[in-house]
Design a protein around this ligand. Structure first.
Ligand code: HPA
Length: 235
């Protein structure tokens, strides 16, 4: 069934087997224009831009996912099931839940807790633990080590809410050792698990719920560059 309802690509080979997934479609455009050779735009439905180009000669795509689990759930499902994508690497931002996870740090999501009901669709007789692909996780940590980039690896929270009714809720996740909060990884990890493909989530810390610090967009650039160095090498 291609083109799919949300990606107007009529042929399978146009999207690479490895796709980088920022939330912001304009970030996808920026990455395509600044990091890929010969980028060609493949999607414009809902302005959720996607591009395919090459990096060091290897074919790679980059596509916006939008915010939240339903949105990344749709795009990752279509990429996996209709376009043959095998490696899905989310690159995004997160809020720190721990004192020693500072703004501008890089967090790699080994697993993703969630307050969402996304897993309900699988009718499991219990709860599911969404985890990253071990292959991608190990490779990302190796690459970071080789490049001298410090990364914090651990559990993250994929929240359905950015504005919580109880502003103290995050502390309950923090005391379980969860490093940071974002809004997409758990759905990505579940879609990948169900389909038997690989997913990983790499994040820069844009703000801290602990210290209430936030980064400016200029300050974010350096950690964004480091995150991109890891993601592109991984691809
Ligand atoms: N909450 C949820 N998602 C986020 C945050 C946050 O504080 N910061 C960046 N992404």
């Amino acid at each position: 069934m291609i083109p799919t309802p949300h990606i107007n690509v009529a042929e399978k080979g146009i999207i690479a087997e490895t796709v980088l997934l920022p939330g912001d479609p304009l970030r996808a455009k920026f990455i395509a224009e600044n990091y890929l050779d010969n980028p060609v735009q493949f999607n414009s439905v809902r302005n959720m831009y996607g591009y395919t180009g090459t990096y060091k000669g290897k074919k790679i795509s980059v596509k916006g996912t939008g915010m939240g689990m339903p949105s990344i759930g749709i795009y990752s499902y279509e990429l996996i099931h209709f376009y043959g994508v095998k490696n899905l690497i989310r690159i995004g931002s997160c809020g720190s839940l721990q004192k020693d996870v500072k703004v501008r740090d890089i967090v790699v999501g080994m697993a993703a807790c969630t307050n969402s009901n996304y897993a309900n669709q699988y009718n499991l007789p219990g709860t599911f633990a969404p985890v990253a692909s071990w292959e991608l996780l190990r490779k990302a940590v190796d690459i970071a080590g080789q490049k001298g980039i410090d990364v914090k690896v651990g559990n993250i929270l994929s929240s359905d809410t950015f504005y919580d009714d109880d502003p103290e809720d995050w502390k309950k996740w923090a005391r379980m050792g969860v490093l940071a909060v974002e809004m997409e990884a758990a759905a990505l990890y579940m879609n990948a698990a169900r389909a038997g493909v690989n997913a990983l989530c790499i994040l820069t810390v844009s703000d801290s719920l602990v210290s209430h610090e936030a980064t400016t967009s200029e300050e974010r650039q350096n950690s964004f560059t480091q995150m991109m160095d890891i993601a592109l090498e991984l691809a």
